[in-house]
Design a protein around this ligand. Structure first.
Ligand code: HEC
Length: 125
């Protein structure tokens, strides 16, 4: 048997599994991360928005579409749904992911903290 072929096959199998492992966050820890969002975002079934749009049921919602919130033109035109992957990109660097949007927040730099807060958002439904 050719060892190189086996090594290459193992390496690509590991690579293919990596994104799935990365996606699983801890919603309980994510609730604590959400404290830094709560200054601007309500996230309850009232649907009421404050400085930012209410984040109840935000996972899966098309960007810039919550009724009654005055979004920036940039967010209205963002043309994406808030999948976990799109939330991850936005929360990494809000100004880069949606240039011109008005969320005055630098982002969550730690990937685990981001995965956790996204898992928490997924429970708000
Ligand atoms: C300083 C206030 C502020 C903080 C802190 C903040 N946000 Fe925002 N957020 C906003 C504003 C304002 C918008 C609307 C942006 C626009 O219309 O351009 C927004 C938009 C969003 C959106 C898009 C929602 C939609 O309906 O399209 C998501 C998702 C979001 N924020 C998540 C978060 C999360 C998660 C955190 C914490 C990790 C956070 N935000 C922290 C103010 C804030």
């Amino acid at each position: 048997m050719n060892r190189t072929i086996i090594a290459v096959a193992l390496a690509s199998a590991t690579f293919a599994l990596a994104p799935a492992a990365h996606a699983a966050g801890d919603a309980v820890k994510g609730k604590a991360v959400f404290a830094q969002c709560a200054a601007c975002h309500k996230a309850d079934a009232s649907g009421k928005s404050t400085i930012g749009p209410n984040l109840w049921k935000v996972v899966g919602r098309p960007a810039g579409t919550l009724a009654g919130f005055n979004y920036s033109a940039a967010m209205k035109g963002a043309k994406r749904s808030w999948t976990p992957a799109n939330l991850d990109a936005y929360l990494t660097a809000p100004a880069k992911a949606v240039p011109g949007n008005k969320m005055a927040f630098a982002g969550v730099k730690d990937a685990t903290a981001r995965a956790n807060v996204i898992a928490y958002l997924g429970t708000l439904k």
